[in-house]
Design a protein around this ligand. Sequence first.
Ligand SMILES: Cc1ncc(C[n+]2csc(CCOP(=O)(O)OP(=O)(O)O)c2C)c(N)n1
Ligand SMILES: [Mg+2]
Length: 279
Amino acid sequence: MNTYGMHSIHGRAPAIATGLAASRRDLSVWVVTGDGDALSIGGNHLIHALRRNVNLKILLFNNRIYGLTKGQYSPTSEVGKVTKSTPMGSLDAPFNPVSLALGAEASFVARTIDSDRRHLTDVLRQAAAHPGTALVEIYQNCNIFNDGAFDTLKDKQTAEEAVIRLEHGQPIRFGADLARGVVRDRLTGDLSVVDVTSDNESEILVHDAHSPSPTTAFALSRLADPDTLRHTPVGVFRSVERPVYDVQMSEQLDTAVEQHGEGDLAALLAGGDTWTVVG
Ligand SMILES: Cc1ncc(C[n+]2csc(CCOP(=O)(O)OP(=O)(O)O)c2C)c(N)n1
Ligand SMILES: [Mg+2]
C-alpha cells in the first residue's frame, strides 16, 4: 500500500502496528488511539505491545469518554460519571494509563496536554527518538461529550498549582515562584507535595526518567488528586533502554537463514505430520 496510514479494527491497532513494525523496520510506526480504544476493547493488545517493546509510538488521546459513539463512560471516566450508559453514575474504578503502562513494563511513558503545543511537541520528539514502545498519554478535551474535563490543568489561574512539569535531572518544583516541591517519605516511599523552605530544599526529589527502577515513576503517576487533578505531573515519567522486539526478531531470522538457508513455505506446509482426509 502506498499510504501514510490506515484505520485498523477498533482496539487492534497495536497488533497490526506490531506486525508492521516487525516486518518493516524502515518505517516509523505510530498508533493513534483513545481511552476507550486502548483501554477497553484493546486493553490486552496494549499491555502486550508495551511489554514486548516493539518499536511503536502510541498516542493515547484520553478525553475520559467514548466520544465517537456519543458519550458513554470509558475506563478513564471518574467514578460516578453520569452518562447515557450510566444514568445513575458509573461504578467502575478508572484506570490510570501511566500507572498501567509502567506496570506493563513500558520503556517510555509520558503525559502531555492537547492545548500545550510546545510541551506536546517536545514530548512527541522524545517519544519519536525512543527505541522501543513509547506510550504518550495526551489529555484531550471533548467539547461535545466531556467538555472541560482538564480545565484545571489549562486555566492559567489553576494550572500553576495543578501542573507539575517533570524534567530529567531537575528538582521537581512547581507553583508560583516554584514554591512547591515533591518529597519522598523515608519510611513509606510515598511522594507528597510540600512548601519549599531552606530546611527542606535539599530533600526535594530530583527527577530521574532514566532510573532502571520504575518505582519513583509509578509513585509520580499516583501523585495527582484524581478528583481535582491537582498535582498532575506532565512530561516524561520513564525513558529507559531495553531490548527492542523487532530488532531481536530480525536477528533471529538472520541466524535461522545462516544456519538453515532460506525457508521453503510450500515444503513446510506439505512436510512433517500431515493429515489425509479420506472419504
Ligand atoms: C469492534 C467494535 N466495537 C465497538 C465499536 C464502537 N465504538 C467505536 S469508537 C468506540 C469508543 C471510542 O472511545 P475512545 O477510544 O475513547 O475514542 P474517542 O471517540 O473518545 O476519541 C466504540 C465503542 C466499534 N467501532 N468496533
Ligand atoms: Mg475517548
